[in-house]
Design a protein around this ligand. Structure first.
Ligand code: KG4
Ligand code: ZN
Length: 355
């Protein structure tokens, strides 16, 4: 079945085509992406209204591009998938509206996909796909969660951040250092030339014994340190970046290991934008190798938001029989706030079908 995926939850417009057999890993045929980062940079963060308008401008040309790349036509489509949430309401509505309009014109079904389910399953498109069950560390700009994943749609939240997300900690610290938006990748590059032990920064909740995270205090500590440095900041920026990165990464690694230990699982999946961080990958690889744990990541270019992960999640839901029967209606809604463990499980779905 040919599945079109549309992602428009935040500041990236992503479109992709995936081909899914009855079983086996779905194949990514084509994907195209437009990042709005440059547009939002002038404002130091995402401006929701500008994001929505830009999605409208970009999404159809991107769609043309994936059909051209894949050599397939609209008539071949079996399902149109879109990100239903969580994300910016106006931005989500662009993808949802377009998906439903297209599907209605073609007489095909639609499927609203959870953005984090997309991230979570994205390593299945890599050369080294994971196997269920696994622990997933979801680290993006808006979320930091540890999940136990027993199969498609079978997600149990183990712990999450009680305030800022890891990506937010990277971005806000980078802003303090004058590194622009989004600061995560820039901070990480700068950190490579700095000393991680230069500044003593807090590791919040490191020894809490549970699997929750907190990054707000760390961000404040970075701000305080930057103020203390004053005129010296430009010369010490690389050291401060390396110390900040080390603090965030140490907490993420420690909590992931605790989650593996508590669940007794031996497979870890890391997904979301912060999963692209080289220091995090290095530290996790080392710690997991020592413990006989396999770590899986999405391909680097599929770590941040993209349409491929949405088409893939839809394909894996179809294969798992987790798509409600199509009722021929094209009503849709979006869910700006939507806990991942709220998505339909096989049990909930079969109960709904039986009633
Ligand atoms: O998953 P994503 O594209 O969007 C959300 O769903 O939020 O993640 C974006 C986040 C941003 O906070 C960005 O700064 C961070 O991922 N990020 C990184 C790196 N690449 C992206 N943080 C640290 N190191 C990186 N290399
Ligand atoms: Zn994301």
């Amino acid at each position: 079945m040919l599945i079109l995926g549309i992602e428009s939850s935040c500041d990236e417009t992503g479109v992709a085509l995936v081909d899914a057999g009855v079983t086996g890993t779905p194949v990514l045929l084509a994907h195209a992406l437009h990042s709005q980062i440059e547009m939002h940079q002038a404002y130091g963060g995402v401006v929701p209204e500008l994001a929505s308008r830009d999605h409208i401008r970009r999404v159809l040309p991107l769609m043309d591009e994936v059909f051209r790349q894949s050599g397939r036509g609209l008539a071949d489509l079996g399902l149109v998938a879109f990100t239903r949430g969580p994300g910016l309401a106006g931005a989500l509505l662009v993808g949802a509206g377009l998906a439903c309009a297209m599907a209605a014109a073609l007489g095909k079904p639609t499927l609203g996909v959870h953005h984090l389910e997309g991230h979570l399953l994205s390593p299945f498109l890599s050369a080294d796909p994971p196997q269920f069950p696994f622990v997933a560390l979801l680290v993006s700009g808006g979320h930091t969660q540890l999940m136990r994943v027993d199969g498609v749609g079978r997600y149990q939240l183990l712990g999450e951040t009680i305030d800022d997300a890891a990506g937010e900690a990277f971005d806000k610290s980078a802003k303090v250092m004058g590194l622009g938006y989004p600061g995560g990748p820039a901070l990480s590059r700068l950190a490579e030339s700095g000393r991680a032990d230069a500044f003593k920064l807090p590791r919040p909740l490191l020894h809490s014994g549970d699997l929750d995270f907190s990054f707000a205090g760390l961000k404040t500590a970075v701000l305080t340190q930057a103020r203390k440095l004053g005129d010296e900041l430009p010369a010490r920026r690389a050291d401060l970046a390396a110390s900040t990165e080390a603090a965030i990464v140490e907490v993420l690694v420690r909590k992931s290991l605790t989650a593996l230990q508590q669940t007794g699982l031996h497979c870890l999946v890391v997904a979301g934008g912060v999963g692209a961080n080289r220091h995090l990958r290095h530290q996790l690889n080392q710690a997991c190798a020592q413990r006989g744990v396999r770590v899986h990541y999405p391909e680097l270019h599929l770590c941040t938001d993209n349409g491929a992960m949405i088409a893939l999640a839809a394909a894996m839901r179809v294969q798992a029989g987790l798509v409600p029967a199509f009722d021929g209606q094209y009503r849709f809604d979006v869910k700006p706030r939507w806990p991942l463990d709220d998505v339909q499980t096989p049990a909930a779905l079969s109960m709904a079908a039986a009633s």
